[in-house]
Design a protein around this ligand. Sequence first.
Ligand code: 4AD
Ligand code: MG
Length: 461
Amino acid sequence: LVEIRELYRNKESYIGKKIKVGGWVRSIRDSKTFGFVVMNDGTYFETLQIVYHDTLDNFNVISKLNVGSAIIVTGELVATPQAKQPFEIQAEEVMVEGASTADYPLQKKRHTLEYLRTITHLRARTNTFQAVFRVRSLVAYAIHKYFQDRDFVYVHTPIITGSDAEGAGEMFRVTTLDMENLPRTEDGKVDTTQDFFGKETNLTVSGQLNGETYAMAFKNIYTFGPTFRAENSNTTRHAAEFWMIEPEIAFADLKDDMALAEGMLKYIINYVLEHAPEEMKFFNQFIDQGLLERLQIVANSDFGHVTYTQAIELLEKNNDNFDYKVTWGCDLQTEHERYLTEQVFKKPVFVTDYPKDIKAFYMKLNEDNKTVAAMDLLVPGIGEIIGGSQREDDYDKLVKRMEEMDLKKEDYEFYLDLRKYGTARHAGFGLGFERCVMYLTGMGNIRDVVPFPRTVNNCEL
Ligand code: 4AD
Ligand code: MG
C-alpha cells in the first residue's frame, strides 16, 4: 500500500502508475454509472479522490457504502490539474475491508471541537486532530532529540511516590485499602501502615526531586513523563493528567537554566516548522491566523526578562482593567500573565525572583531574604508554559524553609542528603508538554491536545 502523504510529497513518481491505497471513506456520491469516493488513510490530512464506474463487479456495494468504511483501492493515479486536488485514482478494484454503519458520528461537515470532545475515540479521524496528534508526536521526539544531542541522561522518575514534590497538597491518593471497611488506628484515624506500601502514597505531581538525585550523579538529566494534579481548576489550560519535561543541570544557576529553556523552545519551534510544514500551514489557515509569523519571530528573537517586582510595577499601572488587582506578594493570575506577554512585551518573557511565600520550598533564597531564584516563562496566548528555579543547595537554609512550610523532614531525608554529600549549585525547570503543544498549534483548549483528556468531572475512556 502507498501512503497518501507519500503521493502528495512525490506525486511525479506515481502519476500514470498503478497504485494500491488503503484507508477510510470520508464521503461518497454516486450517479447511475459512476461515482466518487473521497478517502483518507491517516498518513496525511489531505484526502484522495477515487473515481469508480459500473464496470466494477461490486459497483452497487460501493455505492451503498457509508462514510467511515475501510476500503482498499487499486487503480491508476491520474493528474487532475483543473480540480482542487492534484490527482485522483481511476479505480480498477475497490475492496471493502470493513463497512461502517449509517450512524457513523463523523459525517461530511464541519463538527465543532466541543462535539468532537464527546467522541474522543473517533475524533483522531478528523483533519484537525490528525494534525494535532501528529505534531504532538513530533514535538515529543524533538524534545528527546534536543536533550539527547546535548548528552542529557533521560531518567524515568516514579509515578507512585510517597512525597509531595511541590508541597502544594494537590495529589491523587493511591490506595488499595477497602473504602467500605477502612482499617483504623486506636485514635480512629485511617491506618495507612496497612496499605499496600505500608504508608500513604500518591501519584506524582512532578519528577523533580527524584530528578535532582540523578543530576547529582550525572550532572545533566531530564525527565519526560506523566504527572498528576488534583487542582480543582476547570480552565482551558489545566488537566488532571499531563506530561512534563523536567531537565535538571548541575554546576548551573538561574541564568543557565533560562538559557537552556530558551534554547529548547526555539529548537522545538524550528523542528516542527521544518518537519511538519503541512500541519503547521493547516493550523495557520484554520486554527490561528498569524501562528506561523509569530513562531518565526519567536524563533529568531531574544526572550524578554523582567523581575517579579518590576512586573508588579507594570501591572499596577493597569490594575483598573484587571478582575484581580495585583499587589506585591500576590500570585500572578492568567490575566496578568497574558497582559505582560501580550501587551507589554509582545513575546515570550521570563519573570524571575518571585516572593518566597508563593513558591515551592526547594527554591534558592535570594540575598534579600524575601525572594527566590525562580523563573516562569510566559508566552502570548497561554501564559505560563514553564516553571523553574535554582534549587536551595544549602542544608541549613533548606531545613529552615521546610520547617517554615510545615513539611515533615522524614519524608525528605533523601533530598536533604543531596545537600549533605557534595552539594552543588543546580537548577532546572518543568515544561508543560500540553501547553507547549497548544502554543505550537494555536489550539485554545488543553482538552484538544491530549488524546484522552482527564479534567474535573471528566475521565472518559
Ligand atoms: O510550575 P510547575 O508547578 O513546576 C513544577 O512542577 C516544578 N517541579 C518544575 C521544575 O522546576 N522541575 O509546573 C511546571 C509546568 C507549568 O509551567 C505548566 O506548563 C505545567 O507544568 N502545568 C500544567 N499543565 C497542564 N495542566 C496542569 N494542571 C498543569 N500544572 C502545571
Ligand atoms: Mg508554576
